[in-house]
Design a protein around this ligand. Structure first.
Ligand SMILES: Nc1ncnc2c1ncn2[C@@H]1O[C@H](COP(=O)(O)OP(=O)(O)OP(=O)(O)O)[C@@H](O)[C@H]1O
Ligand SMILES: [Mg+2]
Length: 329
């Protein structure tokens, strides 16, 4: 898919990105694979917040982990700032890994409980050899202030902090190596609703202040609508729809997005939609349906949908959908 709407050179591009994991052996025989991400293509512009939504198991985290270089793709390309990075050997990956940092859903799980917050925040600077000890300590103080934590936080341990504060520590850690891009994987899903807004506001302010680009992974459509400039919708490893935020929420063009939005609570009653229930369960990613992966649950599916895999087509400015039915929605 050519992203016709991107007039500036994207900071990041994924082309036909695919990740298959070996399926748990025994039960299903030796050769089966989990089709976690299949032929995903998108680009992220510098300075934008790009949302990735979809139900549990749709492949969002797998995309994020490939993007930050935690796991290699099975096939496909990833271009960052004009350079191909998908097949770089680990040693060549290091500069890139500094420039793209991940923020996790559960910061506590990703923070070593026995290290002080100051050391945790400084860790990336040590790995990437940024500054000497004194400079790092100074930078930690600046970062803690930047994310709204008290100066004495540096001497304390992660368990002494609330969920929201721990996420601030996670953000400070990510920012310590001066990244260009953040991959935020459900960064507020584990937090109380009242705290969610504070952390999102912080992320938004930091994005503006530091000129960051963000891949924002979430299953919460209200948060995505609030926070993202463009949104990509995933189902069973495939992209279903990709559009500017307003366009997607005003008029979803893909049956999957239609159902997803109809099920989400909306604050504006004028926009209330009839709830569309998707029949059946999500098929196994070990044995995904032929043709369109949604067809087993799609109320618009025809015989053709079992034969042909749809590709992304532009249906409105910057608005793409992967659906064979262009006579609906
Ligand atoms: N290391 C792995 N080995 C085998 N299968 C995996 C592995 N990691 C992920 N998967 C499978 O890949 C698919 C996509 O998983 P992924 O975690 O990317 O989904 P997700 O959209 O992030 O879901 P959630 O909303 O629950 O976080 C799932 O079927 C998952 O079980
Ligand atoms: Mg996930």
């Amino acid at each position: 898919m050519k992203d016709i709407a991107s007039e500036t050179r994207p900071l990041f591009e994924a082309r036909d990105l695919t990740k298959r994991f070996p399926a748990p052996s025994g039960l299903l025989g030796p050769k089966k694979q989990v089709h976690a991400v299949e032929g995903v293509t998108f680009s992220i512009r510098k300075g934008e917040v790009f949302g990735l939504v979809g139900e549990s198991g749709s492949g969002k985290t797998t995309v994020g982990r490939m993007l930050v270089g935690l796991i290699p793709p099975t096939s496909g390309n990833m271009v960052f700032d004009g350079k191909e990075i998908a097949d770089l050997p680990p040693a060549k990956m290091q500069p890139y890994r500094r420039r793209v940092q991940m923020i996790f859903q559960d910061p506590f799980a990703s923070l070593n409980p026995r290290r002080r917050v100051g050391d945790l925040v400084a860790e990336g600077m040590e790995i990437h050899r940024l500054g000497n000890r004194a400079e790092q300590r100074e930078e930690v103080a600046r970062l803690l202030d930047l994310v709204g934590l008290p100066a004495d936080a540096a001497r304390r341990f992660p368990h002494e902090f609330s969920g929201g504060q721990r996420q601030r520590i996670g953000i400070a850690r990510a920012l310590a190596v001066k990244p260009d891009m953040l991959v935020a994987d459900e960064p507020v899903s584990a937090l109380d609703v009242s705290v969610q807004a504070q952390v999102l506001n912080l992320l938004h302010d930091l994005k503006e202040k530091l000129d960051l680009t963000i891949l924002f992974i979430s299953h919460d459509l209200a948060v995505v609508e609030h926070f993202c400039d463009r949104v990509a919708v995933m189902y069973l490893g495939h992209l279903m729809e990709l559009a500017p935020r307003e366009s997607l929420f005003a008029r979803p063009r893909h049956p999957y997005t239609e159902a997803l939005l109809s099920a989400a609570p909306v604050p504006d009653p004028a926009r209330k939609r009839a709830r569309i229930v998707m029949e059946g369960d999500v098929p196994s990613p070990i044995d995904p349906p032929s043709g369109c992966v949604l067809r087993t649950r799609c109320r618009y599916a025809t015989a053709d949908c079992a034969q042909t895999r749809p590709t992304m087509n532009q249906v409105a400015p910057g608005h793409f959908k992967a659906c064979l039915r262009d006579d609906i929605l």
